[in-house]
Ligand binder design. Sequence first.
Ligand code: PML
Ligand code: MG
Length: 262
Amino acid sequence: MGNKIFNIRMRAAKGGPHEKGGKHISGGEILANYEDIQKAVNDLVEKALTHSRGNPDFMQIQFEEVQMPVQFLAPLSITANHVLSVREGQQLAMQLLRKCGVPSPSIEKAYELIAQPKNVGMRGAMLLHVQSGERVDNRGEKGVRVSRMDWDAANFEKWAIRQEMPRSARVKEAITLATKVASHPEIVAELCWSDDPDYITGYVASEKIGYQRISKLKEFGDERGFRIFFVKDALNLDSYIHYLEKEPTLLYWEEDDEKRIN
Ligand code: PML
Ligand code: MG
Protein backbone atom coordinates (compact mmCIF):
# COMPACT_ATOMS: atom_id res chain seq x y z
CA MET A 1 0.00 0.00 0.00
CA GLY A 2 3.07 2.24 -0.01
CA ASN A 3 4.07 4.33 2.95
CA LYS A 4 1.84 7.32 2.57
CA ILE A 5 0.60 8.73 5.84
CA PHE A 6 -2.80 10.31 6.37
CA ASN A 7 -3.98 12.66 9.05
CA ILE A 8 -7.55 12.09 10.27
CA ARG A 9 -9.10 14.80 12.43
CA MET A 10 -12.38 15.10 14.28
CA ARG A 11 -14.10 17.91 16.15
CA ALA A 12 -17.52 17.77 17.74
CA ALA A 13 -19.69 20.40 19.41
CA LYS A 14 -23.16 20.86 20.87
CA GLY A 15 -25.48 23.73 19.96
CA GLY A 16 -24.02 23.97 16.45
CA PRO A 17 -20.46 24.18 15.15
CA HIS A 18 -17.73 25.76 17.26
CA GLU A 19 -17.52 28.79 14.99
CA LYS A 20 -21.22 29.45 15.48
CA GLY A 21 -20.96 29.39 19.26
CA GLY A 22 -21.43 25.66 19.87
CA LYS A 23 -19.94 24.18 23.03
CA HIS A 24 -16.80 22.14 22.39
CA ILE A 25 -17.42 18.47 23.18
CA SER A 26 -14.52 16.52 21.76
CA GLY A 27 -11.61 16.61 19.36
CA GLY A 28 -9.01 14.15 18.28
CA GLU A 29 -6.70 13.04 15.58
CA ILE A 30 -4.81 10.09 14.26
CA LEU A 31 -1.95 9.58 11.80
CA ALA A 32 -2.54 6.38 9.88
CA ASN A 33 -1.63 4.37 6.81
CA TYR A 34 -4.24 4.20 4.09
CA GLU A 35 -5.54 0.80 5.24
CA ASP A 36 -6.07 2.07 8.79
CA ILE A 37 -8.16 5.14 7.88
CA GLN A 38 -11.49 3.34 8.35
CA LYS A 39 -10.57 2.24 11.87
CA ALA A 40 -9.29 5.73 12.69
CA VAL A 41 -12.60 7.28 11.62
CA ASN A 42 -14.54 4.75 13.70
CA ASP A 43 -12.40 5.40 16.77
CA LEU A 44 -12.83 9.16 16.48
CA VAL A 45 -16.60 8.91 15.96
CA GLU A 46 -16.88 6.71 19.03
CA LYS A 47 -14.82 9.14 21.06
CA ALA A 48 -17.14 12.01 20.20
CA LEU A 49 -20.40 10.09 20.64
CA THR A 50 -19.55 8.80 24.11
CA HIS A 51 -18.08 11.93 25.64
CA SER A 52 -18.59 13.07 29.23
CA ARG A 53 -19.05 16.70 28.09
CA GLY A 54 -22.32 15.72 26.41
CA ASN A 55 -23.82 14.46 23.15
CA PRO A 56 -22.71 16.47 20.13
CA ASP A 57 -25.08 17.77 17.46
CA PHE A 58 -22.23 18.77 15.17
CA MET A 59 -19.25 16.71 14.09
CA GLN A 60 -16.65 17.16 11.40
CA ILE A 61 -14.25 14.49 10.26
CA GLN A 62 -11.56 15.30 7.79
CA PHE A 63 -8.63 13.41 6.36
CA GLU A 64 -5.73 14.28 4.12
CA GLU A 65 -2.41 12.92 3.02
CA VAL A 66 0.52 14.28 5.00
CA GLN A 67 2.95 15.82 2.54
CA MET A 68 5.78 16.82 4.86
CA PRO A 69 8.50 14.55 6.29
CA VAL A 70 7.63 13.06 9.67
CA GLN A 71 9.81 13.75 12.72
CA PHE A 72 10.19 10.89 15.21
CA LEU A 73 10.51 11.68 18.92
CA ALA A 74 10.97 9.60 22.04
CA PRO A 75 8.25 10.27 24.63
CA LEU A 76 9.10 12.69 27.43
CA SER A 77 10.07 11.01 30.68
CA ILE A 78 7.24 10.75 33.21
CA THR A 79 7.02 11.76 36.85
CA ALA A 80 3.84 11.09 38.81
CA ASN A 81 3.00 13.64 41.51
CA HIS A 82 0.23 12.74 43.95
CA VAL A 83 -1.46 15.65 45.63
CA LEU A 84 -4.35 15.74 48.08
CA SER A 85 -6.14 18.88 46.96
CA VAL A 86 -6.59 21.20 43.99
CA ARG A 87 -4.72 23.86 45.95
CA GLU A 88 -1.72 21.62 46.45
CA GLY A 89 -1.86 20.54 42.80
CA GLN A 90 -1.99 24.09 41.50
CA GLN A 91 0.83 25.18 43.80
CA LEU A 92 2.96 22.36 42.49
CA ALA A 93 2.08 23.35 38.91
CA MET A 94 3.29 26.90 39.60
CA GLN A 95 6.47 25.65 41.21
CA LEU A 96 7.20 23.43 38.19
CA LEU A 97 6.58 26.33 35.81
CA ARG A 98 9.10 28.40 37.75
CA LYS A 99 11.56 25.53 37.45
CA CYS A 100 11.17 25.73 33.68
CA GLY A 101 12.10 29.41 33.81
CA VAL A 102 8.68 31.07 33.80
CA PRO A 103 8.84 34.10 36.13
CA SER A 104 6.18 34.40 38.85
CA PRO A 105 4.49 37.52 37.39
CA SER A 106 3.99 35.68 34.07
CA ILE A 107 2.50 32.73 35.92
CA GLU A 108 0.12 35.11 37.70
CA LYS A 109 -0.92 36.56 34.35
CA ALA A 110 -1.61 33.08 33.03
CA TYR A 111 -3.93 32.40 35.96
CA GLU A 112 -5.69 35.73 35.37
CA LEU A 113 -6.37 34.65 31.79
CA ILE A 114 -7.64 31.28 32.99
CA ALA A 115 -10.10 33.02 35.31
CA GLN A 116 -11.65 35.13 32.56
CA PRO A 117 -15.05 33.78 31.46
CA LYS A 118 -14.30 34.52 27.80
CA ASN A 119 -11.42 32.05 27.88
CA VAL A 120 -13.47 29.15 29.22
CA GLY A 121 -14.30 26.50 26.62
CA MET A 122 -11.35 27.15 24.33
CA ARG A 123 -10.63 24.30 21.98
CA GLY A 124 -6.95 25.03 21.50
CA ALA A 125 -4.00 26.42 23.43
CA MET A 126 -3.04 29.96 24.39
CA LEU A 127 0.53 31.03 23.69
CA LEU A 128 2.00 33.35 26.29
CA HIS A 129 5.27 35.22 26.14
CA VAL A 130 7.38 33.81 28.93
CA GLN A 131 8.89 37.10 30.10
CA SER A 132 5.85 39.36 29.91
CA GLY A 133 3.07 36.82 30.41
CA GLU A 134 1.16 38.49 27.56
CA ARG A 135 -0.87 36.35 25.24
CA VAL A 136 0.83 36.42 21.84
CA ASP A 137 -1.25 34.23 19.55
CA ASN A 138 -4.10 36.03 17.94
CA ARG A 139 -6.41 33.08 17.68
CA GLY A 140 -9.04 34.37 20.09
CA GLU A 141 -11.27 31.77 21.68
CA LYS A 142 -10.23 29.13 19.18
CA GLY A 143 -6.62 29.08 20.34
CA VAL A 144 -3.92 27.03 18.63
CA ARG A 145 -4.74 23.39 18.08
CA VAL A 146 -1.75 21.09 17.99
CA SER A 147 -2.17 18.62 15.17
CA ARG A 148 -0.45 16.04 12.94
CA MET A 149 0.87 13.75 15.67
CA ASP A 150 0.37 10.21 16.89
CA TRP A 151 1.93 7.25 18.67
CA ASP A 152 1.59 3.69 17.46
CA ALA A 153 -0.82 1.88 19.80
CA ALA A 154 1.32 -1.24 20.31
CA ASN A 155 4.44 0.78 21.04
CA PHE A 156 2.48 2.98 23.46
CA GLU A 157 1.12 -0.11 25.26
CA LYS A 158 4.62 -1.48 25.81
CA TRP A 159 5.74 1.88 27.13
CA ALA A 160 2.71 2.24 29.41
CA ILE A 161 3.21 -1.19 30.96
CA ARG A 162 6.86 -0.43 31.63
CA GLN A 163 6.10 3.00 33.11
CA GLU A 164 3.06 1.78 35.09
CA MET A 165 0.92 4.35 33.36
CA PRO A 166 -2.77 3.97 32.43
CA ARG A 167 -3.11 2.44 28.98
CA SER A 168 -5.71 4.97 27.93
CA ALA A 169 -6.09 6.89 24.68
CA ARG A 170 -6.20 10.04 26.78
CA VAL A 171 -2.75 9.48 28.27
CA LYS A 172 -1.38 8.50 24.86
CA GLU A 173 -2.73 11.67 23.26
CA ALA A 174 -1.60 13.96 26.08
CA ILE A 175 1.99 12.63 26.09
CA THR A 176 2.17 12.73 22.31
CA LEU A 177 1.07 16.35 22.30
CA ALA A 178 3.30 17.37 25.21
CA THR A 179 6.33 15.70 23.60
CA LYS A 180 5.75 17.45 20.28
CA VAL A 181 5.28 20.81 21.99
CA ALA A 182 8.28 20.45 24.33
CA SER A 183 10.62 19.52 21.50
CA HIS A 184 10.26 22.99 19.99
CA PRO A 185 13.33 24.96 21.14
CA GLU A 186 11.37 28.17 21.70
CA ILE A 187 8.67 26.63 23.93
CA VAL A 188 9.81 26.53 27.54
CA ALA A 189 6.80 24.99 29.29
CA GLU A 190 3.27 23.72 28.93
CA LEU A 191 0.50 23.73 31.54
CA CYS A 192 -2.60 21.62 30.89
CA TRP A 193 -5.65 20.13 32.44
CA SER A 194 -8.68 18.58 30.84
CA ASP A 195 -12.03 20.16 30.09
CA ASP A 196 -13.77 16.85 30.79
CA PRO A 197 -15.79 16.97 34.00
CA ASP A 198 -14.77 13.45 34.99
CA TYR A 199 -11.00 13.94 34.59
CA ILE A 200 -8.98 15.93 37.10
CA THR A 201 -5.36 14.94 36.39
CA GLY A 202 -3.23 17.42 34.48
CA TYR A 203 0.43 18.19 33.91
CA VAL A 204 3.29 20.60 33.44
CA ALA A 205 5.74 19.54 30.74
CA SER A 206 8.98 20.69 29.20
CA GLU A 207 12.17 19.30 27.76
CA LYS A 208 13.85 20.17 31.08
CA ILE A 209 11.47 18.59 33.60
CA GLY A 210 9.77 15.99 31.38
CA TYR A 211 6.07 15.22 31.74
CA GLN A 212 5.10 15.97 35.33
CA ARG A 213 1.68 14.50 35.98
CA ILE A 214 -0.27 16.10 38.79
CA SER A 215 -3.09 13.94 40.13
CA LYS A 216 -5.50 16.78 40.91
CA LEU A 217 -5.70 20.19 39.23
CA LYS A 218 -9.45 20.77 39.47
CA GLU A 219 -12.56 19.39 41.13
CA PHE A 220 -14.76 16.68 39.58
CA GLY A 221 -17.67 18.20 37.66
CA ASP A 222 -15.66 21.22 36.52
CA GLU A 223 -15.76 21.62 32.72
CA ARG A 224 -13.05 24.26 32.59
CA GLY A 225 -9.84 23.00 31.01
CA PHE A 226 -6.80 24.81 29.65
CA ARG A 227 -3.67 24.43 27.65
CA ILE A 228 -1.01 27.12 27.84
CA PHE A 229 2.37 27.20 26.10
CA PHE A 230 5.01 29.64 27.28
CA VAL A 231 7.15 30.83 24.37
CA LYS A 232 10.55 32.53 24.61
CA ASP A 233 10.16 34.95 21.82
CA ALA A 234 7.05 36.29 20.16
CA LEU A 235 8.78 37.22 16.91
CA ASN A 236 8.62 33.90 15.13
CA LEU A 237 5.07 33.17 16.04
CA ASP A 238 4.05 32.05 12.57
CA SER A 239 6.80 29.48 12.54
CA TYR A 240 5.81 28.06 15.97
CA ILE A 241 2.21 27.87 14.96
CA HIS A 242 3.15 26.15 11.71
CA TYR A 243 5.19 23.62 13.69
CA LEU A 244 2.37 22.96 16.15
CA GLU A 245 -0.43 22.73 13.62
CA LYS A 246 1.19 21.26 10.54
CA GLU A 247 4.50 19.48 11.01
CA PRO A 248 3.92 15.74 11.42
CA THR A 249 5.36 14.02 14.49
CA LEU A 250 5.31 10.39 15.56
CA LEU A 251 6.41 9.10 18.92
CA TYR A 252 8.50 6.00 19.19
CA TRP A 253 9.76 4.41 22.35
CA GLU A 254 12.73 2.04 22.51
CA GLU A 255 13.11 -0.15 25.54
CA ASP A 256 16.56 1.30 26.25
CA ASP A 257 15.68 4.94 25.55
CA GLU A 258 17.90 7.07 27.66
CA LYS A 259 16.13 8.92 30.44
CA ARG A 260 15.74 12.47 29.20
CA ILE A 261 15.47 13.98 32.64
CA ASN A 262 18.16 14.77 35.15
C1 PML B 1 -7.24 16.08 28.19
O1 PML B 1 -7.92 15.10 28.49
O2 PML B 1 -7.65 16.91 27.40
C2 PML B 1 -5.89 16.31 28.81
C3 PML B 1 -5.49 15.28 29.80
C4 PML B 1 -4.18 15.61 30.47
C5 PML B 1 -3.69 14.61 31.49
C6 PML B 1 -3.46 13.23 30.98
C7 PML B 1 -2.80 12.33 32.02
O3 PML B 1 -1.56 12.35 32.15
O4 PML B 1 -3.51 11.62 32.70
MG1 MG C 1 -11.46 17.03 26.49
